[in-house]
Design a protein around this ligand. Structure first.
Ligand code: ADP
Length: 208
C-alpha cells in the first residue's frame, strides 16, 4: 500500500486547527480529517463511543491502540467511498497523531510532507476561545474550566513532543493569531506549494 501523502495541522487546543482544516477541506485536492470529529460522530452507546466519553469528558486522550485503529478504519472507509482519493488528494490531519506513540503507530500509513504548527503565544486567549466554542457547539469537554486546563496540560506534556519526532525541516510555524481569513492566507502559502509538488493540479471547475 502507498502511504497517504499527509500534512499535519498541529497546535494547542483552541489554536484553530479545526477551523482551518474545515475550510481547506472544501478545496478540491485536499481532504481534511479531524480525529476529534470522528470520535464525536460515534454513537455514544456503542462500545467505542463509551470509551471516548470516558476519556474525553476528563480531557484525557483515548488510548493509542484504539485511536489509531479507529482512525485507520475510518480512512479506509473514506477511500472506499471515494470521498478521499489518495492519489489525487493531499490529506490534512487534525488532532492525530496526538503523542509520539501514535506517530510511531501511524508511520506505516502516512508519509508526512509537512507539519503546519499554528502558534498562539497567549494561552489565556485560547482558553477563552475554547469556552466560547463550548457554549456555541455544546462541547462537554470544554464547558468546564478544569477540563480545559487538563487538556492543555495533556497538550504540553504529550502532544507538543510530537514536533520533535518529525524532522525539523518539515515543521512550518504559522501565527494563529488573527482572523480565520488571515490565518488561512498564511496556511495556504505553506500547503499549496506542497500540493503542487506532489500532485497534478485538479482542473479548476472540474467538480462543478
Ligand atoms: P481539540 O479541541 O483539541 O481539537 P479534539 O476535538 O481534537 O479537540 O478532541 C476532543 C477529544 O477527543 C480529546 O480531548 C480526546 O479525548 C479525544 N481525541 C481526539 N483525538 C485524539 C487522539 N488522536 N488520541 C486520543 N484521543 C483523542
Amino acid at each position: 500500500m502507498d502511504r497517504y501523502q499527509t500534512i499535519l495541522l498541529f497546535g494547542a487546543p483552541g489554536a484553530g486547527k479545526g477551523t482551518q482544516g474545515a475550510i481547506l477541506g472544501r478545496i478540491p485536492g485536499f481532504f481534511h480529517l479531524s480525529c476529534g470529529e470522528v470520535f464525536r460522530s460515534l454513537d455514544i452507546h456503542s462500545e467505542l463511543g463509551e470509551i471516548f466519553y470516558e476519556y474525553s469528558s476528563k480531557g484525557q486522550l483515548v488510548p493509542d491502540d484504539v485511536t489509531v485503529k479507529m482512525w485507520a478504519e475510518n480512512m479506509h472507509a473514506q477511500t472506499v467511498l471515494s470521498l478521499y482519493k489518495p492519489h489525487d488528494d493531499l490529506l490534512l490531519l487534525d488532532g492525530i497523531p496526538r503523542n509520539v506513540h501514535q506517530a510511531e503507530l501511524m508511520e506505516e500509513y502516512i508519509e508526512v510532507l509537512g507539519v503546519v504548527h499554528l502558534v498562539c503565544p497567549d494561552k489565556e486567549a485560547m482558553i477563552k476561545r475554547l469556552r466560547r466554542r463550548a457554549l456555541k457547539e455544546n462541547r462537554i469537554d470544554d464547558a468546564q474550566e478544569d477540563v480545559i486546563r487538563n487538556r492543555w496540560e495533556v497538550y504540553e506534556n504529550e502532544t507538543a513532543p510530537v514536533l520533535d519526532y518529525y524532522s525539523k525541516d518539515l515543521i512550518i510555524e504559522v501565527d494563529a493569531v488573527g482572523s480565520p481569513a488571515s490565518v488561512l492566507q498564511h496556511v495556504l502559502e505553506v500547503v499549496v506549494p506542497i500540493q503542487d509538488s506532489h500532485f497534478n493540479n485538479p482542473i479548476s471547475g472540474e467538480e462543478d
